[in-house]
Design a protein. Structure first.
Length: 154
């Protein structure tokens, strides 16, 4: 009987994705495969990305521990100011750590809740690239709660 509470019309079935915890575990596994035995630097875009980032980092740590793998994960928090009264502006201000030179040669994971137009994320990627990271990946959840991956390798 309880399962009936989750039934939806067939026409809406495409709107339902996998449970978010399962998706996070799969993303964490993919990230661990991609970075090999290298440490990970995570840039969490506040405020919306906090919960998603926290869950993803915890899953990465748990999976690396269960594989008896030593992995150092450092998390830095950043914010953007690109909106004025709900309107996107051309000016982007990154608020966060003063010194991102620690990104040089690192595997960088950027975690965001929602990417709207993509302009802000493109600007952040350009900014991050100036610090010469080894690899940059962006994970975000959009309004349909489906995780997406953009991969940018040097």
């Amino acid at each position: 009987m309880a399962s009936r509470a989750f039934l939806a019309p067939q026409s809406h079935s495409k709107d339902f994705g996998l449970p978010i915890n399962f998706m996070i575990e799969c993303l964490a596994r993919d990230i661990l495969e991609d970075i090999g035995h290298h440490d990970l630097m995570v840039l969490c875009v506040l405020k919306g990305g906090y919960k998603f980032c926290s869950d993803l980092v915890e899953s990465i740590k748990a999976q690396s521990r269960s594989a008896n793998r030593r992995l150092t994960t450092r998390v830095e928090f950043i914010r953007f100011k690109s909106y004025l009264n709900d309107q996107s502006t051309e000016d982007l201000h990154i608020i966060g750590p003063d010194d991102l030179s620690v990104l040089k040669g690192k595997n960088v994971l950027i975690v965001e809740a929602i990417v709207d137009t993509g302009k802000t994320m493109r600007a952040l990627l350009q900014h991050v690239e100036t610090f010469q990271p080894k690899m940059v990946k962006v994970y975000f959840r959009d309004l349909n709660v489906r995780s997406r991956l953009f991969l940018q390798k040097k």
